[in-house]
Ligand binder design. Sequence first.
Ligand SMILES: [Zn+2]
Length: 451
Amino acid sequence: MSSRSIPLRIAPILFAALCAAGAVHAQGSAVAPTPTQLKPAVDQAYTQLLAAPNIKQLLDAVQADHDRSIDDLKLLTEIEAPPFKEQKRAEAFLARLKALGLTDARIDSEGNVIGLRKGSGNGPKLMISAHLDTVFPAGTDVKVKERDGKLYAPGISDDTRGLAVLLSWLKVLNDNKIQTVGDLLFVGNVGEEELGNLRGMKAIFRDHLDIDGMVGVEPAPEGNVLVLGTASHRYEVTFKGPGGHSYAAFGQVPSAIHGMGRAIARIADIKTPSFPKTTFTVGTVGGGTSVNTIAPDARMAVDIRSDDMGALLDTEKKVLAAIDEAVAEENKRWNVTTLSASTRLIGDRPGGRTPADSVIVEAAVRSNAAFGHKTLLSGASTDANVPMSLGIPAIIVGGGGKTGGFHALSEWIDVTEGWRGAQNGLVTVLGLVGVQGVSEPLLAKRPPRVK
Ligand SMILES: [Zn+2]
């Protein structure tokens, strides 16, 4: 028997196990060759932008705003934002957006902070975002500590730096009266980290059917552009039987642990493709009462990931079938029907890919080149998974500075010349939406999606 539902809350122990399960952010090896021949329109737009006096002035302003933006970074970092408890930080981020001129910004029903900076009209709508949540539970010491030229605090680079960069972009655009052609949708979203299951992004793309593209800001080495969103499904599986004395009840009852063992053996033999990379593991197990009891219960958590949604669903089908077959086999072994298994979906991230030859990727490549960086196209599971799964162009770029220790209490950022990364990201964004009197928008307007 299988029942599948998404629970509101998960036991902390499982939370820790899931967080430890793997890297989440925009780092890693190349998932596609970097385009070398860019579309002429892309090259032209960036040539125009980088030559324009008002854009030069704007980029100087990003550098001049560096120290102030580090104050924002410290302020927001020191407001804890555990998964499902992002509200205080959301309110602070909202207050900063409003203070910097985005007066109609608000918090939506999911808890995301959203504010629209309108363009001159008839341009695309580009979402620029960073996530509010961190992996750290309530009560974690989030005080920023300065040591050896680095700033240390949980969540400071992932992704509070992203939030501070968005605020800096807003300030310099307004101070310098830069009128973009397309609209910029500023977003500080909830639910990026593990058990948040991208709930913030899912809500935004459910509620806003007219978003034409997304540029997310996350900690990443210079030149890194995330173009692939690895999909994942995670299950908690519980086996239940009557249980009994290991000697007296032998032969009459099935064992929940033996049944689960059969399932694990079957799952372990599942074959998955290397391309698109598709993986699975039984990550945790538990159960049983004592050494001389035929186990009445057993449970395991299974993680399934793929760079392709079809391959993920195919593997998931095999895992679920293995569980059903194992239960039938254990029941048959003792000629009973008293063992059952139930599955619960505890992780659900859609996936997708932004083509390497798409305008949004070429825009980032061209901007990177202008800042002296070779582009590396990477993949991971991030907020961009949601638009990618919908076929909406999306990338994640770095926000500047050197970063490390993500998801660890020793997380740090070295913000020395971090403004360069902030400039690079802003140039990428401006080419996509276009600047009045300077360049035409590169990002195409899409027909509005239907619900
Ligand atoms: Zn992140």
